[in-house]
Design a protein around this ligand. Structure first.
Ligand SMILES: Nc1ncnc2c1ncn2[C@@H]1O[C@H](COP(=O)(O)OP(=O)(O)OP(=O)(O)O)[C@@H](O)[C@H]1O
Length: 585
């Protein structure tokens, strides 16, 4: 409940709409409640005395009440729509803004698909609860109190008969809410799983086709889809019990009232019109109760969604800038002092243990190591994509935790292993690196990254539209565009995480030659090929999260048997990428 209360503050700007909406619903309810009184008058006075003008007069009054009730209802719908959709939009904005401040460690806590569901389906559930629930919530209690009051005013004995029936309803509602509440949690989780499978299946659809795994993926989809269907069916099977329970009670109450009321008419204690009017109130009160119970069900579902939304909003950022942060990185030097790192508290072992190394500003360093030896993990600590669990990482002589995070990341350009381009033109993608770059600067960066030749062959050049995620460019072209984008940042430290794996060796050589011109930049190059790093100032060999050796190509070739083995195997043409050979133990 607290989660929902917290989210209601996003309704703040729509307070006026909600108040106006509530007043309109109140007015609508009053107009509806006047109708049975007029109806009773028509039967008891107009029909009994054959008084046509009286019947007409009351009929017109009934018509006016009905029209006013319709108009207030329509006007209410406008305010409710504005408040509920505005509320949903503000929550989505808050979630999206929060996500922008998530560190990699925060992102590791949630599946991407779960975040998507939390930002879409869960918000829609809350939005619908406001849109669909506000009217019955405002109308139900008014109708209930006035309806019961007026029915007592009409005939107290009959009102007691009617009230005796209501505990059945309360019990049914209690049973349904208790049963359904945990089911809604399961339902949202089943929705997460479905989104997960759909997202993964669509992202990897080319691989699925290439491996002819369509049947397997279909089976996987069918299983989560069936699970969602069954969970939904079970949940709504209970939720809809609400309606028959109400109908049963309503008819039972109507029969009892007709029986008692009929007897009272026979004993001249009641008039036919009063009985008809009374029955209208019974229907209205029942309706009010039905509305209140539907609000309870909406609320139960909303609580599950509110909890999931608040989890996203309350996720404690694992990285933040200190209050008095450094806004300038003085130089591109990097030092690791006894650094250990573990991805999560639950992880079995450290990904990096006791790493100490020094990279002077302007040096070029190569990192070699087998798959999973923690090369990527190591470099991710430099721009604080993660924070070291133990020890310190220093950039420009200062602990990275002392910098303003944005200033630090501005000084570090990292070309990720998994390249990401966005839909849009080449120019739009490149400008990510430097928003104010002119065409000449863009082409210069493309030249350094060897991306100029293929771009010039494209009829639209920099204005070439990249399909979703750059599907219409090759892997190597994509890598070169990502390099150009990072070079445009003019970072003090440039990190290549296996960023030239998809380009041919001649092109890679040309990229290395242009990087060599950028003397003031510290360059850290993770590679699988010895040739990619042999002319660097020092090579770090990682093994299983530890430093196995550090030295120049010649030092290592002279003294390190593992490096000698990697070199020999790659130079002989064994495995040109040498990934497995780099595994040193
Ligand atoms: N987000 C993560 N959460 C938990 N463990 C992770 C995460 N990313 C990597 N790891 C684990 O940390 C270890 C080091 O991974 P890392 O990606 O740094 O290796 P790598 O040397 O860069 O591998 P490769 O050459 O295959 O890219 C691996 O055991 C990996 O499973």
């Amino acid at each position: 409940m607290n989660d929902l209360k917290r989210l209601l503050h996003y309704l703040g700007p729509y307070r006026k709409d909600m108040i106006l909406g509530a007043l309109l619903v109140f007015a609508e309810t009053l107009f509806e409640l006047i109708i049975p009184i007029l109806m009773a008058d028509i039967i008891d006075v107009g029909v009994a005395n054959h008084d046509i003008p009286f019947i007409l007069q009351k009929g017109i009054q009934m018509g006016i009440c009905a029209i006013l009730s319709l108009l207030t209802g329509l006007l209410y719908a406008r305010y409710a729509a504005r408040a509920s959709y505005g509320f949903g939009s503000r929550i989505r904005e808050a979630q999206y803004e929060k996500l922008q401040h998530y560190s990699f460690a925060n992102l590791d806590h949630f599946e991407t698909s779960s975040l998507v569901t939390r930002m879409t389906t869960d918000v829609t559930v809350l939005q619908n609860a406001i849109n669909g629930g506000f009217r019955p919530m405002a109308r139900g209690p008014v109708m209930l109190i006035l309806g019961v009051g007026l029915s007592f005013w009409m005939n107290a004995k009959l009102a007691i008969v009617f009230l005796v029936c209501t505990p059945i309803l309360a019990l049914t509602l209690f049973f349904i809410v208790r049963k359904v509440s945990p089911m809604y949690h399961r339902l949202q989780k089943a929705m997460d799983r479905l989104n997960d499978v759909v997202q993964e299946g669509l992202t990897a659809i080319r691989a699925v086709k290439a491996f002819v795994r369509g049947d397997y993926e279909e089976e996987k989809f069918k299983s989560v889809n069936d699970d969602l269907m069954q969970t939904s069916q079970r949940t709504f099977h209970f939720a809809v019990l609400n309606l028959p329970a109400f109908q049963f009670t309503m008819y039972a109450a109507a029969v009892l009232i007709m029986w008692f009321g009929g007897n009272m008419i026979l004993q001249s204690q009641l008039q036919v019109g009063d009985l008809t009017g009374f029955l209208s109130y019974v229907l209205q009160v029942m309706n009010a109760l039905m509305m209140i119970s539907s609000v309870f069900l909406l609320l139960t579902r909303s609580l599950a969604s509110a909890k999931r939304i608040v989890e996203v909003l309350d996720e404690e950022p694992t990285l933040s800038s200190p209050k008095e942060s450094l806004s300038q990185v003085p130089d591109g030097s990097v030092r690791f002092e006894h650094v250990s790192f573990r991805y999560s508290k639950d992880a079995q072992e450290d990904a990096l243990s006791d790493i100490s190394l020094t990279i002077p500003s302007g040096q070029t360093v190569g990192i070699l190591g087998g798959t999973g030896s923690a090369k990527t993990t190591l470099v991710q600590l430099i721009p604080r994509l993660y924070d070291a669990t133990e020890g310190s990482v220093l950039v420009g002589g200062n602990d990275v935790r002392k910098y303003d995070v944005e200033a630090l990341r501005d000084a570090v350009g990292i070309v990720l292993q998994k390249n990401v381009l966005f839909s849009g033109t080449v120019r739009e993608n490149l400008l990510w690196g430097n928003e104010s770059a002119d065409d000449e600067t863009l082409w210069e960066a493309c030249r350094a990254a060897c991306a100029d030749e293929f771009l010039k062959r494209m009829p639209k050049g920099l204005d070439t539209d990249l399909g979703q995620g750059g599907v219409n460019v090759s892997g190597g072209q994509k890598q070169r565009l990502c390099i150009a984008r990072t070079l445009l940042k003019h970072p003090k430290i440039l990190i290549f995480d296996d960023s030239t794996s998809a380009v041919d060796t001649a092109t890679e050589g040309r990229i290395r030659a242009s990087l060599a011109q950028m003397k003031d930049m510290t360059k850290i190059i993770i590679a699988q090929r010895v040739t990619s790093v042999m002319d660097t100032d020092q090579i770090i060999i990682l093994d299983d999260g530890k430093i196995h050796a550090i030295g120049t190509h010649h030092d290592l070739l002279d003294h390190d048997p593992i490096y000698q083995e990697i070199y020999a195997s790659q130079m002989k043409g064994g495995d040109p990428h040498g990934a497995e050979q780099c595994k040193t133990s």
